[in-house]
Design a protein around this ligand. Structure first.
Ligand SMILES: [Zn+2]
Length: 439
């Protein structure tokens, strides 16, 4: 009697040898770009021992975990603190309606383990900040499928500090593969911490989207969103159809939609819909399952190449692949250069344009919108003195009066070195003042 006939009806029978046939062929057959050692038995055995960390078990994370398991990675850990919401089910395909309310990391790990024999996935229902260096040092590769810039910056700073501490030890360099999607757009990039351009060097790629100027909205709309913003900001204020706007109330949204539609028709603009109205006023960008699939595939391809040396990977030459599905399909791969003045992997202070007549409060507020800093709770000190500290409360109270003083009144000079910190990031930003000329 064969093994298949002994299996209970309905059970999944997978021929393991057939499953890995083509993958093994790629690993064992050298091509023109294959590292000569990559096909040795010793190196092939090393791949089996690789320990990979996946951060995020959402839209990208589900795809990444499935792809890694199907690429024969055997030891995987996954971190995600979130629980499953019913709205995740259309694309986060490792979850079922009976899983709503359970931890994403846990459910995803069990699902993939059940489907792919021999893979071990350890879930952590926690924040990345709950773990220290010792935890991160056990991995050879980190793959991020996150939607938060803060979390990316944190793990990046952690991996750069592990690499710098490790100095000449090649094992201390943990390649970081980062995927990200927004609607039909996405990117994947590979970072060799302390060697190549890091997430912080590339922070300007995540600059907050510029707001549409009010004059465009008020006078010359060109896009359906401009008409919706007009209804939202101007028409609503003028007409006050309801006492206060509730963005979840269909009656309110319908009012805005009809106003926006009338304005769009007046200017010959197409594309105002109810769902676009809802998305625009709530600032929602839809998550697209196929964008996640494409970006996760690219990330896992890079992971496979780094782990097997079977072909050149992103990282040293080109390190950033951007993808856009907005207007047919477009991808562009380029080299993002490392910055000497990067607060994480660089050493140099960067210039900070300052008006000496502005107050310390105004200066601190400006850090929230500076593309390379994006700090919400900055503290600042100059050589030998604290100018303003958010924490602890005693020091905050003591330094608060400085907020109302101008740069000149505080005795700060052109060329002054300052250090800016923020509780969200394990790093310091070094700046020197460059006074703006005022006439
Ligand atoms: Zn950097």
């Amino acid at each position: 009697m064969s093994a298949a006939t002994q299996t209970a009806p309905g059970a999944r029978v997978v021929n393991e040898e057939a499953r890995w046939k083509y993958l093994d062929h790629i690993r064992r057959t050298p091509g023109p770009f294959t590292d000569p050692d990559a096909t040795s038995e010793e190196f092939l055995a090393q791949f089996e021992k690789m320990k990979v960390l996946v951060i995020g078990a959402g839209g990208l994370g589900c795809e990444i975990l499935k792809n890694l398991a199907m690429s024969k990675f055997k030891t995987i850990h996954v971190i995600d603190m979130d629980t499953i919401d019913i709205s995740n089910l259309n694309r986060q395909f490792l979850f079922r309606s009976s899983d709503v309310g359970k931890y994403k990391a846990e459910v995803a790990a069990r699902f993939v383990e059940n489907r792919v024999k021999g893979v071990s996935i350890t879930p952590h229902n926690k924040k990345i900040q709950d773990f220290d260096e010792t935890f991160y040092k056990q991995f050879q590769l980190v793959i991020c499928g996150l939607d938060s810039v803060e979390a990316r910056r944190w793990i990046n700073a952690m991996l750069v500090s592990i690499a710098e501490e490790g100095e000449d030890d090649p094992d201390s360099i943990k390649p970081l593969i980062d995927g990200g999607t927004e609607g039909f757009k996405g990117q994947s990039r590979v970072i060799f911490p302390s060697i190549t351009s890091c997430i912080e060097c590339q922070l300007d790629m995540h600059a907050p989207r510029a707001a549409v100027p009010l004059c465009t909205i008020a006078s010359i709309p060109r896009q359906p969103e401009h008409c919706i913003e007009w209804a939202h900001i101007i028409a609503w204020e003028e007409e006050k159809p309801f006492p206060s706007l509730d963005k979840d109330d269909p009656e309110h949204v319908t009012w805005l939609y009809e106003k926006a539609l009338a304005r769009a028709q007046e200017f010959g603009i197409q594309g105002v819909t109810y769902s676009l109205t809802q998305g625009t006023i709530k600032n929602i960008i839809p998550a697209i399952a196929s964008t996640n699939a494409i970006i996760a595939a690219s990330c896992c391809n890079e992971a496979f190449k780094i782990a097997t040396n079977s072909a050149p990977c992103l990282g040293f030459e080109n390190n950033y692949m951007m993808y856009s599905g907005n207007d047919s399909i477009y991808t562009y791969t380029f080299k993002h250069e490392r910055r000497d003045d990067c607060p994480v992997c660089g050493r140099k202070a960067r210039p900070l344009e300052v008006d000496p007549k502005s107050t310390l409060q105004e200066l601190l507020d400006s850090f929230a919108v500076r593309p390379e800093a994006q700090l919400k709770k900055p503290s600042i000190r100059a050589e030998g003195r604290t100018l303003y500290m958010q924490f602890p409360p005693g020091l905050e109270e003591q330094t608060r009066p400085n907020l109302g003083k101008t740069i000149t009144e505080l005795g700060l000079i052109d060329g002054q070195q300052v250090v800016v910190t923020d509780p969200a990031f394990p790093l310091e930003f070094n700046y020197f003042f460059r006074f703006k000329k005022t006439y």
